[in-house]
Design a protein around this ligand. Structure first.
Ligand code: DHB
Length: 298
């Protein structure tokens, strides 16, 4: 990767043209919106709202399905290869078994990395609970995915659990090559007090943006203490200062998503420059020399 910033899943990640644009604006890697076996229309609008300290969203995993996404990923790879920017394919399925099937299909596009979304908070009751809520289920999904691909596998975890480190240990034991943390927080609920109804058509939604960054930093810290694989730290990162914070608790790279809403896609290049300024000022000539340097005495 040319720098440690990654376009997080769920934002600008459905077409090769837009992924290309994000890469040309300075992202070090890009992640697609999660792709499912069949097309999903997603939830009705409004699906996303900026409410001050962050965003709330319930998009409903809308995507055109794996057949179309394979073509998009192939074209994105062709565009991004000369820039040295890897394409991360995010996948989602309804069952442990289907995680294997979608991995088999998506592998046709030869993504550089596969990210396994076991942690969307916006699912209907029929799913009962997120895969990422249970270490055993998360490990089974990971094993299933690993059976069908040689690409490195990142498993994206949820902060909405009691001990995220236990889930991380289970997926690494099952073969995960790295972890992305965190997915959105919640779900949360925001009402319009005039109509007395939820502001989102789906009702509840996942929280992202600056409000959740301290939760993300704590989760990444806990994970990095428990396992020895690269962590893509995601959750409220919007500046070089935020990247430094994530590196200090042990991250290898950082995901950026909601920040695009307020800083635009310049955020990748700008945050990378801010990171370099910090490194120069503190005498660091490599990311490795910053990684894990937090002083936390408990
Ligand atoms: C959606 C998916 C996610 O993984 C998430 O964190 C938030 C929203 C969605 O598509 O609804």
């Amino acid at each position: 990767m040319p720098n440690p910033t990654v376009l997080a899943s769920g934002v600008l990640g459905l077409s090769h043209a837009v992924l290309g644009r994000v890469a040309r604006s300075g992202a070090g890697a890009v992640t697609t919106k999660s792709c499912s076996l069949k097309p999903r229309p997603g939830y009705p609008n409004p699906t996303i709202l900026h409410w001050g300290p962050g965003l709330i969203n319930a998009v409903g995993l809308s995507n055109p399905g794996v057949e179309v996404m394979v073509e998009e990923i192939q074209e994105a790879k062709a565009l991004l290869k000369p820039l040295g920017v890897p394409v991360i394919a995010s996948i989602f399925a309804d069952t442990i078994y289907d995680f294997g099937t979608i991995t088999r299909f998506i592998s046709e596009a030869e993504p550089d990395i596969i990210e396994v979304n076991v942690s969307c908070p916006n699912l209907d009751d029929r799913y009962q609970q997120m895969f990422a809520a249970d270490p055993y289920v998360s490990a089974q999904v990971t094993r299933r995915v690993k059976r069908y691909t040689d690409a490195p596998v990142l498993v994206k975890l949820s902060p909405n659990v009691t001990h995220i480190a236990k889930i991380a240990e289970a997926v690494v034991e099952a073969g995960a090559d790295g972890i992305t943390a965190i997915n959105s927080v919640g779900p949360g609920l925001i009402l319009d007090v005039e109509t007395r109804r939820p502001v989102l058509a789906h009702g509840t939604g996942g929280l992202t943006g600056p409000a959740i960054r301290p939760v993300a930093v704590r989760c990444v810290h806990d994970i990095c203490r428990a396992v020895d694989v690269p962590v893509v730290a995601t959750g409220g990162v919007s500046s070089g200062r935020d990247i430094v914070e994530m590196l200090l608790v042990g991250a290898t790279a950082v995901g950026i998503g909601s920040a695009i809403q307020h800083r635009g896609i310049r955020v990748f290049e700008e945050a990378s420059r801010e990171l370099e300024t910090y490194m120069r000022a503190h005498g660091h000539d490599s990311l490795a020399s910053l990684r894990g340097g937090a002083v936390i005495e408990h």
